[in-house]
Design a binder for this molecule. Sequence first.
Ligand code: ADP
Ligand code: 5GP
Length: 192
Amino acid sequence: MQGRLLIFSAPSGSGKSTIVQYLMQEHPEFNLAFSISATSRPPRGMEQNGVEYFFISPQEFKEKIENDEFLEYEEVYQDRFYGTLKSQVERQLEAGQNVVFDVDVKGGCNIKEFYGDRAMSIFIQPPSVDELRRRLVARATDDAEQIERRLAKAEEEMSYAPRFDKILVNDDLETAKAEAVSLLRSFLTPNL
Ligand code: ADP
Ligand code: 5GP
């Protein structure tokens, strides 16, 4: 049986990666595979090519756009492109894996529109923009300018929440994790 799609979007710092990594590591019964996107931004922290992203140059990114290799792509921040490779997703779905996407709000809406009922889109909502700032500062992976760029985008991104199938508030992390498990269980039950 072909896999299904689980789309996670949120403003940066909402806790999307934390929740996605928890689901992937602690819930093997969901048979999840992470959709590795391509990006033109440099790796940060311990990130490795082919694990979190395929890190490619802006020139290579443009070539892939021209060759129609992306299911969707966005210039999420100025000069920083991110895109989902068609080949990557189809391979995982055909192998029967349920594919997890960590994409920006526009990409999330586009993937949902393309795959319809095969996909569930989840918006991870932070308690407030102030709390986002605290989390990004505490994460300490971006410099002050990057953090301000991410926060400047957050307000607009929050306005996309109603377009998603589900809104998951990440205030208390343990509660949010449990809710995420419950959402996936309901959606994937026919496949389990
Ligand atoms: P995103 O992937 O949405 O950018 P992360 O998962 O990297 O966000 O989370 C941003 C920071 O906030 C990380 O340092 C993470 O440990 C922390 N964090 C995640 N969820 C919570 C929460 N519910 N309460 C407090 N801190 C959190
Ligand atoms: P980061 O730089 O924090 O890894 O990611 C920045 C933003 O780009 C996040 O909102 C992330 O979800 C988004 N993103 C990552 N991969 C893709 C992708 O393939 N397509 C789109 N549209 N956004 C992506």
